[in-house]
Design a protein around this ligand. Structure first.
Ligand SMILES: C[S@@+](CC[C@H](N)C(=O)[O-])C[C@H]1O[C@@H](n2cnc3c(N)ncnc32)[C@H](O)[C@@H]1O
Length: 239
């Protein structure tokens, strides 16, 4: 009897051509495809990205809810446990499933929490992780901005971090990638202005998706509400 297996698959940031050969093979080998949604009735970005590789005549797509409305981690844990239980029940004793996640599964992804809940609650399930193209590397490619040369230091952090942490990262790094930018642009623009970095930042929204947008003069974002699916690459000029 084969062991029940769950592939945690990164489907990349939006362009279906950025799925790896392995991701496509593992999706094809799965009779069950689990996709995260933020609330009941919502659509799944990961599902949309992987759509060309799904065969709905033989595969079943199951949505799993992961609220993104700012609830406490303690409350979210119940959703992670529930998803793990659903996956375990549906895989049964020998099924194969794919959990699709936007970008890479090990970077700010719902898959990591599900994986931990599976380890704790259903350790008989074999988990295999298939890395994906991250939004960071895709944004660097789309904007033509190198992330690191020679011994340059790169810092990655959520823009929701406290202001002193953002400032010290911007000062200590050659390249700073600010993720989770959803919300008013002005907070970040003020910090970049005070650090004299406004001319060295690029904003990339929905990289690889049909509505991708790249803004090279971020001052143009003043007064705007930024999309959650956007990031900034800040490249300190070399001396
Ligand atoms: C929950 S994290 C997911 C990261 C993802 N696992 C990855 O590997 O890129 C969501 C954040 O990633 C960034 N992001 C994800 N997809 C993006 C895209 N297509 N374009 C720009 N930024 C994106 C945004 O900063 C967003 O707030």
């Amino acid at each position: 009897m084969t062991t029940p297996t769950l592939y945690g698959i990164g489907v990349g940031p939006g362009d279906p051509e950025l799925l790896t050969v392995k991701a496509v093979r593992c999706i094809g080998a799965s009779e069950l495809v689990f996709v995260p949604i933020s609330r009941t009735g919502a659509t799944s970005l990961a599902e949309r990205i992987a759509e060309p590789y799904l065969d709905r005549t033989r595969q079943r797509v199951i949505t799993l809810e992961y609220p993104t409305d700012g609830r406490a981690q303690s409350e979210l844990a119940a959703y992670w446990d529930a998803s793990a239980d659903t996956i375990a029940t549906m895989l049964g004793l020998k099924g194969t499933g794919a959990f699709l996640t936007e970008g890479d599964p090990m970077l700010f992804s719902t898959f990591m929490y599900t994986m931990e809940a599976l380890h704790t609650r259903h350790h008989s399930i074999h988990i295999q992780i298939v890395p994906g193209v991250t939004s960071i590397t895709a944004a660097a490619a789309a904007s033509g901005i190198p992330l690191a040369r020679n011994d340059e230091r790169v810092t990655l952090l959520p823009a929701t971090a406290p202001e002193p942490e953002l400032r010290s990262a911007l000062r200590a790094s050659d390249t700073t990638v600010l993720m989770k930018l959803g919300g008013p642009a002005d907070r970040i623009l003020n910090i970049l202005g005070q650090e004299d970095l406004l001319a060295h930042a690029v904003w990339i929204r929905r990289c690889g998706q049909p509505d991708q947008e790249i803004v090279r003069d971020v001052r143009a974002l003043a007064g705007r509400r930024l999309d959650y699916f956007s990031l900034m690459i800040v490249k300190r000029p070399s001396n």
